[in-house]
Write a protein that binds this ligand. Sequence first.
Ligand SMILES: [Zn+2]
Length: 375
Amino acid sequence: MLKPATIILGSLLFILAGCTTVPNDAPPTDWVTNNHEQNNEVARPPAAIPHLPPLVIITNAPAVKSNTPPAVTKTKTLQPATVPVFSWSSLNRWAIAHRLAQPHLLTKSPLTTYAISSSRGNMVLAIGSREAAWNGVTLHLGFAPEFIDDQVFIHGMDLQKNLEPLLIGPPLTPGSNRVVVIDPGHGGINGGTVSVLDKRAEKDFTLDWARRMKPRLEANGWQVILTRTNDSDMALSNRVMVAEAHHADLFISLHFNSVAPDQRPAGLATVCLTPMGLPSNLTRGYPDIVSQSFPNNDFDAQNLQLAERLQRALLHATAMEDRGVNRARFTGVLRGQHRPAVLIEAGFLSNPSEARRIADPMFRQKLAETVANAL
Ligand SMILES: [Zn+2]
């Protein structure tokens, strides 16, 4: 689980925090860790990669007009050294370069909102908001679109890493092995969060969800490996190694959320690794070094496609609130993966209504079947 704090910023943006109650004076532990597990997990924020060359972004659009305001120039540097130089591009010109129809205005209130479409669907982008929507599913951009000279400008890395994979990129295809690793979050002394109803631990619900998923996936032709099959504690690094050892094509980590004692937040979220050059929308107090890259960044496009696919399928099956496809760098269980990897948070155990649903075996069966069928 993670721990969201909600920020109202035009539309709802949110920051998800830790899997267990986290002391205010210390950074929270990683996703699959809790306070008992810090000794063998990635319990500290990642360090910067030294001597990383500047990231040069090449966009398909021509340079920004010369009379653009200083806020959006062709290149700008956020911070020295670790932050790459980046560019902004006119969405109109990007559309022309990719033979797409011009973006069209949807509304001017409460935010000026545009849509750009391809044969795959519609991307809705709001000026000044990092929140976007792909065919109705919430996504989080690295940078809020800006409006300059009557045109929408998008950060070059957002075009490359968020718009391209969904609008025009090659579709997600399962690997040739059809091996998927399912990771039931937590285990053993690492219980994760607990239900507000009866204190039952997250680790029990995630294991049950994974066990229900296995036969459904196998019926669909997948070889399925669970990182744990009983109530055992397991280091983050070992969960990654399970996927390595089995040459897995996909990795999916299962969790439930909590913001106890706040009982109000609800909804379903997926998380995948933030592409290099973009800020995360989830940081949980960790430094978010945009110039860092991890093995799993080789799968940026597929991570987004997989997360979006799972988020959409689960929202459709459960009618839960959409907390979107989220981007994080601190997720040790994801970032070392040499395959598309996604983490799912299927509701809040701190919300009585959602805790009741999560406690229902039929609901967990639905989660299992939905994920299995979405693959
Ligand atoms: Zn968890």
